[in-house]
Ligand binder design. Structure first.
Ligand SMILES: Cc1ncc(COP(=O)(O)O)c(C=O)c1O
Length: 371
């Protein structure tokens, strides 16, 4: 199989699994236990938290471990909105992951006013659009760092500066960007940032929310008061070690190499499939991400045909797999519903070879054109 669906999930990295192993089989105790075994697990947890913080340019006390990106987004959006005294107006981009959009929809049902920030045809939120939408009672802005369906990378530092100018907290979902760039919360100027381990090479079910130390937040998971009461539940020490290791493995070299392979792949697809269009920003996009609309086809049936030929990709939003509604991302970018139904997404990693991508492009051309 040629696996070109890394934006949905990536294989667990050997170094990550090896780093986790001792914390699963030897130092497996509950980090809250008072015996020496528990203390050892606690030290492992503290060390992993410090490494995660360092990888993000933050402080250890600012890292809340979660069960993944979805929980991190829920805690950021609902937790900040519920704790912030500023008001009950929320701004979220129209192209957010459902973890953000549905959290905002929940708040709307409880009396918040949620406004969707529009995007342009490339999927970008323009800083002037945000500036015009901010109000004195805006309690939170949430705009992702990179989009999971079309790969567009948002100008988060600029957007966060606009929000900060009005004293409004800014959350970014960095789940898709994290595998490709070293994150620096201070340079981004955000108050909260979500991560998911399984896009980075940890097992599924591991994530974190970085939260600025002075950012008020209402906990959503109540219980034994772990993680300073911000997220109760026995901490996943091995998962935290895995996330720290995975973040430390992110480097700029892989990103540049993969971007060159992506550009070759995109050119091959556009040359071979009449009418095909790359979706998302042509240059401000994730290195390992190529998404297209293929007018005249059905994204779902192209996906099935590619699968039958040993190529695993996605027809759009992997996180909404199984649903056939047109993508909210593409419709927000101005695509007609019929065109949005023709979306296909290929996402790959540092280990994906040029030969695999050439083969995938040629197979796609064959599937769509019959030659
Ligand atoms: C942008 C984005 N945010 C959040 C998530 C959810 O992360 P998780 O699967 O860890 O819950 C995903 C998953 O695809 C994503 O792409």
């Amino acid at each position: 199989m040629t696996y070109l669906d890394e934006a949905a999930t990536s294989p667990v990295r050997r170094q990550v699994l090896e780093a986790m192993w001792p914390w699963l089989v030897r130092d497996f105790a509950n980090p809250a236990s008072s015996h020496e075994a528990g203390a050892s697990a606690r030290r492992g947890l503290d060390d992993a938290r410090a490494r995660i913080a360092r990888a993000l340019g933050g402080r250890p006390g600012e890292v809340v471990l979660t069960s993944g990106g979805t929980e991190a987004d829920n805690l950021a959006v609902k937790g900040i909105a519920l704790a912030e005294p500023r008001g009950r107006h929320l701004l979220v981009s129209a192209v957010e992951h459902p973890a953000v959009l549905e959290s905002a929809a929940f708040l709307a049902r409880t009396g918040f006013e949620v406004e969707l920030l529009p995007v342009d045809g490339d999927g970008l939120v323009r800083p002037e659009v945000l500036a015009a939408a901010l109000r004195d009672d805006t309690t939170l802005v949430s705009v992702q760092l990179a989009n999971n369906e079309v790969g567009t990378v948002q100008p988060v530092a600029e957007l966060a500066a606009v929000a900060a100018g009005r004293g409004v907290p800014f959350h970014t979902d960095a789940v898709q960007a994290a595998p490709w760039q070293r994150l620096d919360v201070a340079a981004l100027g955000v108050r909260a940032l979500s991560l998911s381990g399984h896009k980075l090479g940890t097992p599924k079910g591991v994530g974190a929310l970085w939260l600025h130390r002075r950012q008020p937040v209402e906990p959503l998971v109540h219980g034994g008061g772990q993680q300073r009461g911000l997220r109760s539940g026995t901490e996943d020490v091995a998962g935290a070690v895995g996330l720290a290791t995975a973040l430390e493995l992110v480097g700029p070299v892989a990103a540049a190499e993969v971007a060159a392979r992506r550009d070759r792949f995109v050119a091959r697809v556009l040359a071979g499939v009449p009418g095909a269009r790359l979706t998302g920003h042509p240059t401000r996009r994730l290195p390992g991400h190529a998404s297209f609309v293929l007018p005249g086809t059905s994204g779902e049936s192209v996906l099935v045909d590619l699968d039958a030929r040993g190529i695993a990709c996605s027809s759009g939003s992997a996180c909404a797999a199984g649903r056939s509604d047109p993508s909210h991302v593409l419709t927000a970018m101005g695509f007609e519903a019929e065109v949005a139904q023709t979306a296909v997404r290929f996402s790959f990693g540092a280990a994906t070879s040029e030969a695999e991508l050439d083969h995938a492009a040629d197979t796609l051309v064959q599937v769509v054109t019959g030659v």
